[in-house]
Design a protein around this ligand. Structure first.
Ligand code: MN
Length: 464
């Protein structure tokens, strides 16, 4: 499986920006050019402010004007990337779905935002579907995204308004539909957290011909088991014999020592019942019987004082063996990548540090940052997905040469070597106990390396 994105990372900022944003339909070719130019500047300095990322005041104003145009929306900027991602998908792909909350702070008074968090935050929600290769966890890109706002709660709210406000969970279905069905060469498996444990979500997934792994939120939900009788999810699992057990080494955490956990696995095939209260969506698609499997992983004989591990997942995939179950649990564990994406967007691109005065400008700039954050995530994970690739397939040769010059003891042959040395330049110690470098040291190393390259280029110019 040759990396689709490996080539992408090796591209210089300008070429990458053109590839990602050159097709944006913004109503005027000059706007597209402006977006490409700005995106390249963001790649070079993702956590800077807009004035930092532009050459002068006029350039900065031009970017602000760009984000004020009606046609220049989050969707218009990011959609070509989503389309390209879906077109690149091949084989079994996971689509990791999750919502990120932003908080721009109450003091800034950007107009058009809504409450976030427990009401103290002020911003928007970004729902994303990150497409990764199932076996390697290689990041292909974003398959679809949506920004939505929470309506402020009003005291005199009637039940209709309350239901409207609570229908936020419909975003799962909208993004599933926007991503749509896989092409003939790919298969999609959506991997979703507890927020998606909702009959409508399963219906959307099935309508699109996608598979799924969804964390169970309600163990008390009534389902139908094989023989047609009805019972709770919990009771259905309890009635099953153990499919197998396996051991898992857990690293020490602040609140508990390292331990070897023994995990029991159970699985059962169930049918979801059509809810009594039909929503307009459910009425529109007609009665549904969603047949699927439930996998349970339960820690037994946990030492006193620790909370035993317990995961329960719904899946469209048949679970006939312990291996099947472990594969599905492994897919769920890939969700750390979407959490990591959110960090790339918040810390790496400082999306919440943008000082724009309206929600529409903030949304529009997020259309660029959301795609740049994919690139940051790819840089962070490439060494993990393809450690043995030749280094010159993940980075320009000039970078490898320069890194070799400033770290003369380094031997840079593979992608893993390159990223470890890059992280060391950024302060990563690389001791045995340090594991693989985190993206902050990678990013610092990358920043330093670029400065070195810029210095060397200036020197060459001067010496003619
Ligand atoms: Mn979530």
């Amino acid at each position: 499986m040759d990396g689709v994105f490996v080539v992408t990372i090796a591209l210089e900022a300008n070429a990458w920006a053109r590839q990602q944003f050159g097709e944006c339909a913004l109503g005027d070719k000059r706007r597209t050019e402006r977006a490409v130019k700005y995106a390249a500047a963001v790649v070079d300095h993702p956590d800077g402010s807009t004035p930092d990322q532009t050459e002068d005041a006029a350039d900065c104003k031009a970017v602000y004007r760009l984000f004020d145009r009606e046609r220049v929306t989050f969707r218009a900027l990011a959609e070509p990337h989503w389309r390209a991602t879906r077109a690149q998908a091949e084989g079994l792909c996971l689509i990791l779905g999750d919502t990120m909350e932003t908080d721009f702070g109450n003091h800034r008074k950007a107009t058009g935002l809504g409450p976030t968090g427990h009401g103290s935050g002020y911003g928007f929600f970004l729902h994303s579907g990150l497409l990764v290769q199932a076996e390697t966890n290689e990041i292909v890109g974003m398959a679809g995204q949506e920004i939505f706002h929470r309506r402020p709660r009003v005291k005199s709210e009637n039940s209709y308004q309350r239901t409207q406000r609570r229908r936020e969970s419909e975003v799962w279905g909208r993004v599933i539909d926007a991503i749509g069905s896989a092409s003939a060469k790919a298969r999609y498996l959506h991997v979703l957290d507890r927020g998606a444990d909702n009959i409508e979500v399963f219906c959307h997934l099935r309508q699109q011909g996608c598979g799924w792994v969804v964390r169970v939120a309600q163990l008390t939900r009534i389902v139908e088991v094989g023989s047609g009788e009805q019972c709770s999810v919990r009771a259905a699992l309890k009635a099953q014999s153990v499919l197998g057990t396996y051991a898992l080494s857990l690293q020490a955490r602040s609140d508990q020592p390292a331990r070897e956990a023994t995990l029991e696995v159970r699985a059962v095939r169930v049918t979801m019942l059509t809810p009594e209260r039909m929503t307009s969506y459910l009425r529109s698609i007609g009665p549904q019987r969603i047949e699927q499997w439930i996998v349970e992983v339960r820690e037994v004989d946990a030492p006193p004082g620790v909370k035993p591990l317990h995961w329960v997942l719904y899946t469209s995939e048949p679970i006939l063996s312990l291996d099947d179950a472990r594969r599905i649990v492994g897919y769920y564990e890939s969700r750390w990548l979407i959490e990591e994406y959110h960090k790339c967007l918040k810390t790496g691109c400082r999306v919440e540090g943008r000082h724009y005065s309206t929600a529409r400008r903030l949304e529009a700039v997020t259309g660029i940052l959301a795609v740049v954050a994919v690139r940051l995530l790819q840089i962070k994970t490439v060494a993990r997905a393809n450690p043995d690739l030749p280094a010159d397939q993940v980075a320009p040769r000039a970078w490898i040469r320069m890194l070799g010059q400033v770290r003369p003891k380094a031997r840079i042959v593979t992608a893993r070597d390159f990223f470890r040395e890059l992280a060391k330049l950024g302060g990563f110690l690389g001791r045995k106990s340090d594991g693989e470098p985190g993206w902050i040291t990678l990013w610092r190393g990358h920043e330093k390396l670029k400065l070195l390259l810029r210095g060397a280029a200036a020197e060459r110019k001067r010496c003619g």
